[in-house]
Design a protein around this ligand. Structure first.
Ligand SMILES: *Cc1c(COP(=O)(O)O)cnc(C)c1O
Length: 381
């Protein structure tokens, strides 16, 4: 990805000045830092950022500038990246399956917290010399409720196994914690509170006093115009459930937002390459920054602008959207409402595109070369 140094006030100013034919992602540092402060001020515990949602250096740099001091990392590359920018940040290595070489690398980079969901992985940490006094968080999973898709399908011990693992964590001299991930884009506080109640049961069954409880990510972003992500209610729900479950022995809380931290700070500008009746051919698609749309549903946070900067305002018309590759899977499922006066050469601006966009882009068929630019504001005043 190339990072443009030129500074433009808004995406519109950039598009008018540069007339880019390739997709461009616009980052607003102000929006990103404001979101980070919302988490730091509102969440009742330590806020760590899940790097996989968007590992861009400008993103990480702005989160550090806003005061984020902990990162949820899942691979040696993520560990090395965060360390290169933040020599003292807390690194929580929460991919519960690791090779011995990965454990050695992570230990050398000062990882202080590790998650496990199987006995073999816990013994591996001990065998690889992970120091006593490090935190080991046992990851557990419940049948999913309220998430856009299920993270528990891959990782997470049953509550019974989690209790056994937690007792073993203490025996091995590690600091005991529990962790879970309720799924992504969860709207209801209940997605977290059900897990917090079970965490208490697991700790009780293990006879262990938890030092920390990591409530994962899953906080919602604004994916549609009508959505108001209820972050405040979720923070209150988490604080209230922890207090109700643990009373005076409440563990310290940790969260690891990815999507909700970064989504709102980036808008994506795509260009209309061709129009054939109701069919629109764009310069990016599901192998690029729109990878999530088939899984999560298409966002309606769309604006269309003519090359001279005029907003298109024709009646909303159902369109079929194709990406640029020669693969017939490369389309947005269903129809998408776009202005009737849209034309070849127009720009389609999509808001709320900071998470799982640049992170998963491929170079399939030679596309996917996303440009990134910094702007003062994402919308016109
Ligand atoms: C992906 C992931 C996150 C971030 O999830 P979001 O839904 O983007 O907030 C947090 N923790 C872990 C362990 C993850 O794998």
């Amino acid at each position: 990805m190339t990072m443009t140094q030129a500074f433009h006030r808004t995406p519109r100013d950039y598009l008018l000045a540069e007339e880019p034919d390739d997709p461009v992602l616009f980052l607003s540092p102000e929006t990103l830092q404001a979101t980070a402060r919302r988490f730091l001020d509102g969440f009742p515990g330590l806020v760590t950022y899940a790097v996989k949602a968007n590992p861009g250096e400008a993103v990480l740099g702005n989160l550090l500038a806003a005061g984020i001091r902990g990162f949820d990392v899942a691979s040696p590359a993520e560990i090395a990246l965060v360390r290169s920018l933040a020599p003292r940040a807390a690194l929580h290595y929460n991919n519960p399956v690791r090779s011995r070489a990965e454990i050695a690398m992570a230990g050398g980079h000062g990882v202080t917290s590790w998650s496990v969901d199987a006995p073999g992985e816990l013994e591996k940490l001990a065998a690889c010399g992970v120091q006593r006094g490090s935190e080991v968080a046992v990851r557990f999973a419940l049948p999913v409720s309220g998430a856009a898709y299920d993270f528990g399908a891959k990782f997470g011990a049953s509550p019974k196994l989690a209790a056994d693992l937690l007792a073993r964590v203490v025996k091995l001299g590690y600091r005991p914690a529990l962790t879970f991930h309720p799924g992504t884009q969860c709207i209801e506080p209940a997605a977290w509170t059900a897990y917090i109640d079970r965490a208490r049961d697991i700790a009780w069954a293990a006879g262990v006093t938890l030092e920390r409880l990591n409530v994962g990510g899953g906080f919602p972003a604004r994916r549609n115009t009508a959505d108001i992500p209820p972050l405040g209610a979720i923070f209150e729900g988490i604080a209230g459930a922890t207090c109700a479950a643990f009373g005076g022995h409440a563990p310290a809380l940790v969260c690891e937002p990815g999507r909700a931290m970064v989504a709102e700070s980036v808008s994506l500008a795509l260009r209309v390459k061709a129009l054939r009746g109701a069919e629109v051919y764009l310069n990016d698609g599901i192998y690029g920054a729109l990878a999530e749309m088939p899984i999560m549903g298409m966002t309606d946070r769309l604006r269309v602008m003519a090359p001279d900067g005029t907003p298109r305002s024709g009646a909303a018309t159902g369109r079929l959207i194709w990406g640029p590759t020669c693969d017939s899977l490369d389309r947005i499922p269903g129809t998408v409402l776009l202005p009737s006066d849209m034309a070849e050469g127009d720009y389609l601006l999509i808001d709320g595109m900071g998470a799982y966009s640049t992170a998963t882009v491929t170079r399939f068929n030679g596309y996917g070369g996303l440009r990134m630019a910094t702007v003062q504001a994402l919308a016109e005043a």
